[in-house]
Design a binder for this molecule. Structure first.
Ligand SMILES: [Cu+2]
Length: 100
């Protein structure tokens, strides 16, 4: 019985460690704002490699934004750091702030 409890504790520890690693894996990506389209809620970002999104090479591409308010915080030419996820509707920026 004690053995089973120990096993469960070890398992719980492993799970929490894995979850922590995933959260950290939502790695911030460095980019530059190229275009903002508030009417469609999209932003064009030039960005470096983003392994978390499976993008090994730098590129410029259009992203949707999770919250339209994000588009009001930046302007074309701004250097930003952002996080994005691959959603059913396309790549979506979940967080973004000006790089300092
Ligand atoms: Cu990309």
């Amino acid at each position: 019985m004690i053995r089973i409890i120990r096993l469960a504790a070890a398992l719980a520890l492993t799970v929490s460690l894995t979850a922590g690693a995933l959260a950290a894996g939502g790695a911030a990506i460095s980019g530059e704002v190229r275009k903002i389209d508030e009417s469609t809620g999209k932003i064009t970002l030039k960005h470096g490699p983003a392994k978390s999104l499976g993008m090994e090479e730098p590129m410029t591409m259009v992203y949707r934004v999770k919250d339209p308010a994000l588009l009001k915080q930046v302007k074309v030419g701004d250097k930003v750091t952002f996080e994005a996820e691959e959603a059913a509707s396309g790549y979506t920026v979940t967080k973004m702030e000006k790089a300092r």
